[in-house]
Design a protein around this ligand. Structure first.
Ligand code: 5RP
Length: 210
């Protein structure tokens, strides 16, 4: 079970986790930059360090903020791995499963995490859960969308969510999550209309900084 932390505001906690993660980055590293309000604290902490880095961003919002801060961002075309990737999470279970994608960037985030030697998750305490629950973010192909939603069952397009930078439709699975989330992950991956889902397995090797 998770033990409880002394009370600090969520923003302070996010900033503290982000600053700790920024300290893990060393000169010359290739860095995958996640997405979200916790990563928004990481970017200035990283920029302040003045290191020589090669960065890839998982979303246009992260790319924009990183560039404004003077962090060099390149497309994910010249690199085939990262020394480190740092990202937030929506839910963190004690066994290392994560739910990500509150910002709709989970497909890119998972590709970047999988390509990283070290994947570090930064979060405030509110993200710790005893058990994963709905919603699980999805990215679906627009082609055949209604058929995909029908086949998935408990899934709905996320109202107001823009398409992903890769043209995917952002949706949420709202059905039950089995005791072993791998069963749901396998079911979601088996659907031909799915481009990605927000269940991140412990095999991604996440280190969690709360
Ligand atoms: C975006 C994500 C985010 O990392 C996740 O939603 C956490 O965001 P925040 O740091 O704002 O709580 O997966 O797709």
């Amino acid at each position: 079970r998770w033990s409880k932390f002394p009370p600090v505001s969520a923003e302070e906690a996010k900033r503290a986790a982000a600053r700790a993660a920024a300290e893990l980055v060393e000169d010359g590293m290739t860095v995958g930059l996640g997405t979200g309000s916790t990563v928004a604290h990481l970017l200035p902490a990283l920029a302040e360090r003045g290191l020589e880095l090669r960065c890839v961003a998982t979303s246009p919002a992260t790319e924009r903020q990183a560039r404004e801060l003077g962090l060099p961002v390149e497309p994910f075309e010249q690199l085939d791995r990262f020394d480190i990737a740092i990202d937030g999470a929506d839910q963190i279970a004690p066994d290392g499963w994560l739910v990500k994608g509150g910002g709709g960037a989970h497909t890119r985030e998972k590709i970047v995490a999988a390509a990283a030697d070290r994947f570090v998750v930064i979060a405030d305490e509110s993200k710790l859960v005893e058990r994963l629950g709905a919603p699980v973010p999805l990215e679906l192909l627009a082609y055949g969308l209604r058929a995909t939603l029908r086949a998935l069952g408990s899934a709905q397009v996320r109202e107001g969510a823009p398409p992903s930078p890769d043209g995917g439709v952002i949706a949420d699975y709202r059905g039950p999550i089995p005791d072993d989330p791998a069963e749901l992950a396998a079911r979601l991956e088996a659907d031909p209309g799915g481009a990605g889902h927000g269940l991140f397995p412990p095999a991604l090797g996440s280190e969690v900084l709360i």
